[in-house]
Ligand binder design. Structure first.
Ligand code: XLS
Ligand code: CA
Ligand code: CA
Length: 439
């Protein structure tokens, strides 16, 4: 097998003073931060679909990047060449994990059995490469949104036949995840939503989606899958409204259908902002519900209303994200998957390297700054003090659940009028944040 990314080096850590564009400035894999190495905290993953497949095609123009890796796209030779490219790429960048959809690995055949045979062949090869390199699968998933059969959804389709195809892909997807030892299995409801309620039975569709997930859990557990299932929320695109709108909605759905013990949430930064939330909000809501599973690490463009999947570079956001992750005790069966693509004019192999360097450095810096914020302690102290009226007296009785409504009303009468609560001091806290970030 010959080198694919010729002339591109194994990327090393050189520190923040380096001006080498092909070196890490902040990501120092073995450096210990808050008791663990950066590599362990961050668990970076490469998304097969963007890095090995996407060539910059958009609805206005053809691809600009060459992802043929010396073979003819659509052939099994090409599928195997993508494996070579992926492992060389991960090795040179020091990325330990990868994620894929079934059809990112192989061209889909006319029958599901032929597609599955192709998947067997390619994953045999992936398994060999994993042994050689120590790379691991973060999560697997099935693409149940590209093929025209899924135009009305997969679990939410109006066609029982299409539902069977979705089930077959989920079954195979979980089998491959078990075969490769993946830590998770993702359901992103690409077309699990609707274009108009005039033709849609929402209750029926939600029940069918839940049923497909229940079958997946039962089957997965029966073949030895011990990892987490994940829902990846996204409010819209490609459908007008997607059922897994955001973290809170997805958690409600999982609880309603008794799936919350097996599922956690995979939070994508760009999907958070599409839902009108911050990335930090989505992480916090998952964490306080003990449902924080994994992260698709990218960023959107707030001036655009769609999913741009950019490599993360906003260090305020990566710091706030790592702050939430650290405070929640870290990602267990999750990691930071770069569900991100280079911009269409950044079409070279070198751009792929630089994009990962940007993303990895942005999160490494975010990790260091988040740890500094926690160590600094002023935010935590402020929050603790902000709620201190609940620590004793009537406040403590409210917290313990002992106080009755009558007792609280009597207390209010005794007080006459309450004092104003203490100031929120947002501006002060933001300046603490800046001080910790920039010294
Ligand atoms: C698309 C999603 C998708 C999932 C996996 O917007 O981000 O790529 O992560 O199906
Ligand atoms: Ca994603
Ligand atoms: Ca996305």
């Amino acid at each position: 097998m010959s080198e694919i990314f010729k002339g591109l080096p194994v990327v090393a850590f050189e520190g923040s003073k380096s001006d080498n564009p092909l070196a890490f400035k902040y990501y120092d894999a073995d450096k210990i931060v808050a008791g663990k190495s950066m590599r362990e905290h961050l668990r970076f993953a490469m998304a097969w679909w963007h890095n090995m497949c996407a060539n910059g095609v958009d609805m206005f123009g053809v691809g600009t990047a060459d992802k043929s890796f010396g073979q003819t796209p659509g052939t099994m030779e090409h599928a195997l060449a993508k494996v070579d490219a992926a492992f060389e790429f991960m090795t040179k960048l020091g990325v330990d994990y990868f994620c894929f959809h079934d059809v990112d690995l192989v061209p889909e055949a006319d029958t599901i059995s032929e597609t599955n045979a192709r998947l067997d062949k390619v994953t045999d090869y992936i398994k060999e490469k994993m042994k050689e390199t120590g790379k691991k699968q973060l999560w697997g998933t099935a693409n149940m949104f590209s093929n025209p059969r899924f135009m009305n959804g997969a679990g939410s389709t109006n066609s029982a036949e299409v539902y069977c195809f979705a089930a077959a892909q989920v079954k195979k997807g979980i089998e491959l995840t078990v075969k490769l030892g993946g830590l998770g299995y993702v359901f992103w409801g690409g077309r699990e939503g609707y274009e108009t309620l005039l033709n849609t039975d929402v209750k029926f569709e939600l029940e069918n989606i839940a049923n497909l997930m229940r079958l997946a859990v039962e089957y997965g557990r029966s073949i030895g899958f011990e990892g987490d299932f994940f829902i990846e929320p996204k409010p819209k695109e490609p459908t007008k409204h997607q059922y897994d709108f955001d973290t809170a909605t997805s958690i409600g759905f999982l609880r309603q259908y008794g799936l919350d013990k097996d599922f956690k949430i995979n939070i994508e930064a760009n999907h958070a902002t599409l839902a009108g939330h911050t990335f930090q909000h989505e992480l916090r809501i998952a964490a306080v519900n003990d449902m924080l599973g994994s992260v698709d690490a990218n960023q959107g463009d707030l001036l655009l209303g769609w999913d741009t999947d950019e490599f993360p570079f906003n260090v305020y956001d990566t710091t706030l994200a790592m702050y939430e992750i650290l405070k929640s005790g870290g990602l267990k069966n999750g990691g930071l998957n770069f569900d991100a693509k280079t911009r269409r004019p950044s079409y070279t192999y070198e751009d792929m390297f630089k994009a990962f360097i940007l993303g990895m450095d942005s999160f490494a810096l975010g990790l260091v700054k988040a740890d500094a914020l926690i160590t600094d302690g002023r935010l935590d102290a402020f929050i603790k003090n902000r709620y201190s009226s609940f620590e004793s007296g009537i406040g403590a009785r409210i917290r313990s659940g002992e106080a009755t409504l009558t007792e609280l009303a009597a207390e209010a009468e005794k007080l006459g009028a309450p004092k104003l609560p203490s100031s929120g001091e947002q501006e002060y806290l933001e300046s603490v944040f800046n001080q910790v970030l920039f010294g």
